[in-house]
Design a protein around this ligand. Structure first.
Ligand code: UD1
Length: 355
């Protein structure tokens, strides 16, 4: 076949793939889409393909749920077959999920096929987070490293990566949101807070999840909170018996992209442990209270778009309440670097130059 193979598998991949596909179409670059099937529920996957205009995948590896080792090894075995079937010039992987690293490892052994990583160089400097090791390994084996901002380029240079492999292109999540924003109307009836929790280190740690949800319970006595719940988090809340913390919270199934952004436009503050949501929140002018002690996009903290509270109950409550009362002043516009909606254009042009 030749051309490009674009791989995605989990919810946060799909919003990064959509603008790359639009740019491939614009430049006449031939591509095939591979879905690993890591996320498979309608509202974790198919709804995003429909709403973001991503063509139906050419091949689905149907890996489904399982342990880290099961997902990685199964994707690797099945993706090896796909590489032999299509034999592309280049494979593009996005983000930091298990699907990303599994496919990257397979390509690394195929000498004639190049590998590009979109969102390379993002680091939180905590190797206990599965996403962090996924990023590091993917970056080590990639030929083209597409980074969002200079901070991430520096991370790679500090790891000894050859500077010629690094391309600062901006943020594909921003490309997607800026493109979709005009197609989405705001929700009527405002809610104060949007809450999302899904990271394994939060959902699988009973004490951390308890701290977060007990802060949410206290907040929910005075502020309205909407909580679209990731499947993993729903299982954890059930297992630990934490449902009672949420009796005043509007709990929802995971939302499709348009509905999620519509709700996001309507809230005043976001409380989240997500890596991608703070970027979308910043673009929409929503301050973020972050349930971690670090974040890949440090610029958002430095510019005042977001604040780190980890699982500290008092801080979660006081920061959220303060922001609702007084707002959160942005101290610098540096966070806008790479948010011009043209990252995918730069990526596709660079790929064409390197083929
Ligand atoms: C993955 C990514 C994470 C990303 C997140 C967004 C890794 C290591 N992590 O985490 O970086 O921010 O996606 O969602 O890849 N499940 C369903 N239906 C689905 C998908 C998952 O019920 O459609 C359940 C399964 O029981 C599964 C659990 O959710 O065991 C976790 O899914 P998994 O694919 O392991 O990773 P995420 O936690 O979603």
């Amino acid at each position: 076949m030749g051309g490009l193979l674009l791989v995605g598998g989990a919810r946060p991949n799909f919003m990064k793939m959509a603008p790359i596909i639009r740019s491939c179409d614009k430049h006449g670059l031939e591509y095939k889409i591979i879905h690993t099937g890591q996320h498979y529920d309608y509202n974790m996957s198919e709804v995003f393909f429909k709403e973001l205009g991503i063509p139906k995948p050419d091949y689905n590896l149907e890996v489904g749920s399982g342990t880290y080792v099961y997902q990685i090894t199964t994707i690797m075995r099945r993706f090896e077959y796909v590489l032999q079937k299509y034999f592309p010039d280049i494979v593009v992987v996005v983000g930091d999920v298990n699907s990303t690293v599994a496919c990257a490892l397979v390509v690394s052994r195929a000498d004639a096929i190049k590998l590009a990583h979109v969102e390379a160089g993002s680091r939180v400097f905590d190797k206990n987070m599965p996403e962090e090791t996924n990023r590091i390994i993917t970056d080590v084996v990639s030929d083209l490293l597409f980074v969002i901002e200079n901070d991430h380029k520096l991370n790679l240079m500090n790891e000894g990566v050859d500077i010629n492999r690094i391309h600062v292109v901006g943020d594909t999540m921003a490309d997607n949101l800026l493109y979709m924003k005009s197609k989405i109307s705001a929700t009527s009836g405002n809610t104060d807070v949007m809450l999302t929790i899904h990271r394994q280190e939060n959902t699988d740690n009973k004490l951390r999840l308890k701290n977060m949800l007990s802060a949410v319970e206290k907040l929910s006595k005075n502020v309205s909170i909407v909580f679209p719940i990731h499947p993993r988090t729903a299982v954890a809340i059930d297992k630990f018996g934490f449902g009672s913390y949420l009796k005043n919270v509007r709990c929802l199934e995971p939302l499709g992209y348009k509905e999620f952004i519509r709700k996001l436009i309507g809230v005043s503050v976001v409380i989240t442990d997500s890596g991608g949501l703070p970027i979308e929140a910043a673009i929409l002018g929503k301050p973020c209270v972050i349930l971690n002690n670090k974040i890949g996009r440090r610029t958002l903290i430095e510019c005042g778009n977001a604040v780190l509270v980890n699982d500290n109950v008092d801080l979660i409550i006081s920061k959220t309440t303060d922001i609702l009362k007084y707002g959160m002043p942005i101290t610098s516009d540096m966070w806008r670097v790479g948010m011009d909606g043209k990252a995918s254009e730069r990526i596709v042009k660079t790929i064409i130059e390197n083929l």
